[in-house]
Design a protein around this ligand. Structure first.
Ligand code: SF4
Length: 412
């Protein structure tokens, strides 16, 4: 994430000319954030909240109000409903919400992909049928682990058996495009155990896998436990072994890596996430949701209650809105594009986004990285791509550190 933003103050900002531009073109990507969960997982630093007695109807109405302001008739190409745990909301409410969102945006007829995130404890036959019938055609299921003791240590509220049942509910309802989220490198996890878990997942045959290394984000309860000496983080060397094993096992099972954590069967890459990684425009609705409309980066108010309050008072739900500088746009596009394995990002695309010639702008750095076999230039699709090599892929942080412009501050 890049910190380089200013605040906006009025409701006019929600329908300002730069956003009209996207709406005028039609298409694009739409993200919707539903922030409630049964409880907070130990490793989670997302904008998500354990449900106590928050007013879910007021929140859903506010998201629809924001959709009316910012995305009427958008007809997005992709929709992604994330959280939080969207499936935490009951089937009837979800169906009604998607029907209303469709009335406003027309997504059901326009999308090539409409994903909803779900957690096993709250995804049953009823919810599966309701959301599939309402136009959601891709599901992202948070399995995270195939070990009950690890799920318990993460403070997850489902067991492994429940994960497999949720997958079955999805298939029975008609979902033929399913992602499974997994986390590896839990302390004590053995390479053979992880390989065996992956093989079980391969047998299940989802279309997509997202495999994340366990991360220790500032402020999470997992990080606090580690810092208090009550939890031993794996070494970087061991995490690297798991990363390599994950890639090899998934590739040999037909799940091709196309981003640091993403693997898919042929033709099943997540189109919505490719929008992010290609720095293409998107609108985010809901508490804490981000939007990108070159050169404007917008962040909504993070607190669901404050977000609901702002819309109820006819105030802007935006917390920050920044016109990014060309060097920031260029850096951000490289930061995202270099994650795309075997592809990278073309100099033509970088120029279209930023107005800068990235080949010239970073001439000294490219020369060094090419000498170090970290990046290559590749002629492809009538363009020249800058692409991380296998070695560079392991050192993306180092590469980006040297590309970082002076006016950009990375959050920690
Ligand atoms: S279910 Fe997902 S969003 Fe909710 S707390 Fe756990 S990891 Fe975070």
């Amino acid at each position: 994430m890049v910190k380089n933003r200013k605040a906006s103050t009025s409701l006019e900002a929600a329908s300002s000319p730069e956003q009209e531009h996207l709406l005028g073109e039609g298409g694009g990507a739409l993200y919707v954030h539903l922030p409630y969960c049964v409880k907070k997982c130990r490793y989670c630093d997302f904008n998500s909240y354990a449900y106590t007695d928050q007013n879910i109807d007021a929140y859903l109405s506010s998201v629809l109000r924001e959709a009316e302001l910012r995305a009427p008739g958008l007809r997005p190409q992709t929709l992604f409903v994330g959280g939080g745990t969207p499936s935490f909301i009951d089937a009837d409410r979800l169906k009604s919400f998607f029907d209303n969102l469709n009335d406003i945006t027309g997504f059901a007829d326009s999308v090539i992909e409409a994903t909803m995130e779900a957690n096993p404890e709250s995804f049953d036959d009823e919810t599966a049928q309701a959301v599939f019938g309402a136009g959601i055609n891709r599901l992202s299921l948070g399995f995270q682990s195939l070990r009950n003791d690890v799920l318990l240590a993460y403070d997850r509220v489902h067991d492994v058996d429940r994960s497999f049942k949720a997958f079955e509910s999805a298939r029975n309802a008609g979902f033929d495009n399913i992602n499974i989220d997994l986390i590896y490198s839990f302390p004590g996890q053995d390479l053979n155990d992880w390989l065996s878990d992956l093989e079980s997942i391969h047998e299940l045959s989802p279309e997509h896998l997202s495999c994340y290394e366990l991360s220790y984000e500032p402020g999470t309860s997992l990080t606090k436990l580690r810092d208090a000496g009550r939890h031993q983080q794996n070494s970087n060397d061991f995490a690297k072994q798991m990363f390599d094993l994950t890639r090899a096992a998934n590739s040999s099972a037909g799940y091709l890596p196309y981003e640091v954590s993403a693997f898919s069967k042929q033709g099943r890459q997540c189109q919505h996430n490719l929008t992010y990684w290609n720095s293409l425009p998107y609108i985010g609705l809901g508490a804490g949701a981000a939007s990108w409309q070159t050169p404007y980066r917008v962040m909504n108010i993070a607190s669901p209650e404050a977000y609901v309050g702002a819309l109820a008072a006819s105030e802007s739900p935006h917390q920050e809105k920044t016109a990014c500088s060309p060097t920031t746009i260029l850096f951000d596009a490289l930061m995202m594009g270099l994650r795309l394995e075997n592809k990278g990002v073309s100099f033509e695309h970088l120029f279209n986004l930023s107005g800068l010639d990235a080949r010239q702008h970073y001439a000294t750095q490219w020369s060094k990285f090419i000498d170090q076999s970290m990046v290559v230039f590749v002629e492809e699709n009538e363009g020249t791509y800058v692409r991380a090599t296998a070695l560079g892929y392991l050192h993306l942080d180092t590469i980006l550190g040297e590309l970082l412009p002076d006016d950009v501050v990375l959050t920690v």
